[in-house]
Design a protein around this ligand. Structure first.
Ligand SMILES: [Zn+2]
Ligand SMILES: [Zn+2]
Length: 349
């Protein structure tokens, strides 16, 4: 007689606005996969978007959680990767796994398939256990699992954005970080730790601005009709060099276009539904001005994740986290929705 698989808890998205912690059979690793005991799973705005948007055409139900740190419990057939007992972080993106981009750990730019993600297009880490492709595991190093979990998405993605703007962050440059949430609070720290740029934070909430200054921003500017003038004022009257927009709403993209100087860059990571456009005309002086580079980022590379973890291990970047029991997933998402989370909330099974 076959023994029933032990059951584990998982926070499952069931339909639009419907998600709950349920018992499911413990997953088994297939060929090339590893089974992890989850140690921590970060809670992201993408989880909120999935909850509000329901399936988004994805297969349901699905276990949420794409910011995962765990311990390897077992490996499937032919899986090569960290051994049983290793502490690992999960590189969340899933390209084809075979093309030149994926072979170099850049699944975010795979052209063979639309990249999926653990916790979005397959079961994720808001659970006691999760199965992931062994190739997506990265050694955790000496970082606390709860602090490390948000580095696998928020950290990797924010660092990737910083790297795309880095060529323009010369000595004396000013960077603006729009949106001091999970990603923005890490972007401020990555800029502080890895560049000489002066950093101006922008947010709708004064408490988030105070927080940004606490963790390394030079100035904070409240979002709103005076934001552009306030940014220029905080920059001695001049235009800024690079705007990192972690909101991506029309208002923030318009703001970026207005304050970025010639030769600068606008790096958009937020998915707020705005549109940034070029008006092609002779001469300079439009908004954005000519010679402004515009980059729309998607996630990050495996290397970005490795470096984000290394910066945390060296104590140069520290995720601001609040840990909650997995059973509180629904309440934590409601708090995130209400703008009450400072830094990142993390679920611990
Ligand atoms: Zn995310
Ligand atoms: Zn690929």
């Amino acid at each position: 007689m076959r023994r029933a698989a032990p059951s584990v808890r998982a926070y499952r998205l069931l339909g639009t606005g419907r998600a709950e912690v349920v018992d499911v059979p413990r997953p088994e690793p297939g060929p090339g996969e590893s089974l992890l005991r989850v140690l921590a799973a970060g809670v992201c705005r993408t989880d909120l978007a999935l909850l509000h948007g329901g399936s988004n055409g994805l297969g349901l139900p699905v276990t949420l959680g794409h910011e995962i740190v765990g311990e390897v419990v077992s490996l499937g057939a032919g899986a090569s990767g960290p051994e049983r007992g290793s502490l690992v972080a999960v590189y969340e993106l899933l390209g084809c796994g075979r093309c030149r981009a994926c072979s170099g750990g850049r699944d975010n730019v795979c052209r063979e398939v639309t990249p999926g993600a653990v916790g979005i297009t397959r079961d994720g880490g808001m659970a006691d256990h999760v199965v992931v492709p062994a190739r997506n595991l990265v050694a955790l190093g000496d970082v606390d699992p709860v602090h490390a979990a948000p580095l696998t998405d928020a950290g990797m993605t924010a660092l990737h954005a910083v790297e795309r703007g880095r060529p323009l962050l010369e000595l004396g440059a000013t960077a603006v970080v729009v949106g001091i949430g999970g990603l923005g609070h890490l972007a401020v720290q990555f800029l502080r730790a890895t560049s000489d740029a002066r950093v101006i934070a922008v947010d709708v909430d004064r408490a988030h601005l105070d927080f940004a200054v606490e963790i390394g921003a030079d100035d904070g500017v409240l979002s709103g009709p005076n934001a552009a003038a306030d940014i220029l004022g905080a920059n001695g009257g001049g235009n800024v060099d690079v705007v990192f927009d972690f909101v991506g709403a029309q208002q923030t993209l318009d703001l970026a276009a207005e304050v970025t100087g010639r030769g600068g860059a606008i790096v958009v990571t937020g998915g707020g539904g705005g549109r940034l456009s070029i008006e092609a005309r002779m001469g300079a002086g439009g908004a954005p001005d000519r010679e402004v580079a515009m980059v729309h980022t998607f996630g990050g590379t495996r290397d970005d994740l490795v470096r984000a973890l290394a910066l945390a291990e060296d104590g140069r970047v520290r995720t601001h986290v609040d840990a909650h029991d997995l059973a509180s997933a629904g309440r934590v998402l409601a708090e995130l929705d209400a703008g009450k989370v400072l830094g990142r909330a993390v679920l611990v099974p």
